[in-house]
Design a protein around this ligand. Structure first.
Ligand SMILES: [Cu+2]
Length: 315
């Protein structure tokens, strides 16, 4: 891995960079070699067999030579096969999504990028990723075709309206890298510039955590009310007493609830926490166990806020 910029290419900052460059340089030097060979031979023959003193008929009369035909077919075929095998291996590596990747949603529109991270964090024109970890982007466009291009990572992928495309990379060093739109998308295309900020794992986690804190000046209860909607609790739980897919949150906190197994429990902080993180641990009588787990999706601070909000509904 060579992180200093070369004459032709920028520094290599992702795990795939050296593969891509190796293939590029192989093709490049093959081409240089063949160019030199052809031009030299051409010049030599042009001089050697130039027309002199009106003499004609310098060439011998032979029509073909099987050995030479085989040689000039087989020898050039070798580098072509090498390029094919090397290229398809690299292509597969670039396109097989690693299972353990950090998943981020990227949205392109005239003329900026926005990113949505796990657990509700988001950013505009700046993609924040952890170093030395695979990152998978699922991308779509709000309008025309754009293209996500980070030269230092050697990754480029079209971003389309009405369809998702994916791309992954693993950055090998911390720092700021340029993000370009590589598909002409209108008059602001050249200004559709972003950054990829590669940070340490702990910084990444801290950054996402901060995104999940209540906005300055907002109370924990109000933050909980906001999460009730943004985390989709509202689709299954009402706050006005009407039962839905799940029980209503009205008058729930501090009250007794009958479970499917006949037990009775009092709804307290730990019961709510468990219901959110491990919904199947205790099933409320009369309901289907269809609540999704919010493990890894919701932060402790957000659970605090939801509990605070649920308490206000019991008053
Ligand atoms: Cu664009």
């Amino acid at each position: 891995m060579d992180t200093t910029a070369g004459f032709w290419l920028p520094g290599q900052f992702s795990t795939i960079s050296s593969d891509v460059d190796g293939l590029f340089y192989f093709i490049y030097y093959c081409s240089v070699f063949l160019f030199a060979l052809v031009v030299t031979a051409m010049t030599y023959f042009a001089i050697r067999y130039r027309r002199r003193g009106g003499k004609v008929g310098l060439t011998s009369g032979f029509t073909h030579n099987t050995t030479m035909e085989i040689l000039w077919s087989v020898i050039p075929a070798i580098p072509i096969v090498v390029v094919f095998v090397w290229g398809s291996k690299t292509f597969m590596r670039m396109h097989a999504m690693p299972g353990n990747a950090v998943e981020i949603k990227a949205t392109a529109q005239k003329w900026f990028w926005s990113f949505d991270y796990p657990e509700g964090a988001s950013s505009v024109n700046e993609l924040i990723v952890p170093v030395n970890k695979p990152v998978k982007l699922t991308m779509s466009s709000q309008d025309v075709i754009h293209s996500f291009f980070v030269p230092e990572f050697r990754v480029k992928q079209d971003v389309l309206p009405n369809r998702y495309t994916q791309l992954w990379f693993q950055a090998v060093a911390k720092g700021n890298f340029d993000l370009y739109c590589a598909e002409f998308c209108g008059k602001g295309h050249s200004e559709m510039l972003g950054k990829v900020r590669v940070v340490s794992d702990t910084e990444f986690v801290r950054w996402m955590d901060e995104q999940n804190k209540p906005p300055a000046g907002m109370s924990l209860e109000d933050f909980g009310a906001q999460l009730y909607k943004s985390k989709a609790c509202a689709t299954c739980h009402s706050v006005n007493g009407t039962p839905g897919t799940g029980p209503t949150f009205m008058q729930m906190f501090g009250h007794e609830v009958l479970l499917a197994d006949g037990q009775r429990v009092i709804v307290d902080e730990n019961y709510i926490r468990e219901s959110i993180l491990d919904p199947r641990a205790k099933i409320v009588n009369g309901y289907q166990p269809v609540m999704p787990t919010y493990q890894g999706v919701i932060k402790d601070r957000q659970i605090d806020a939801l509990i605070a909000y649920l308490k206000t509904l019991a008053k």
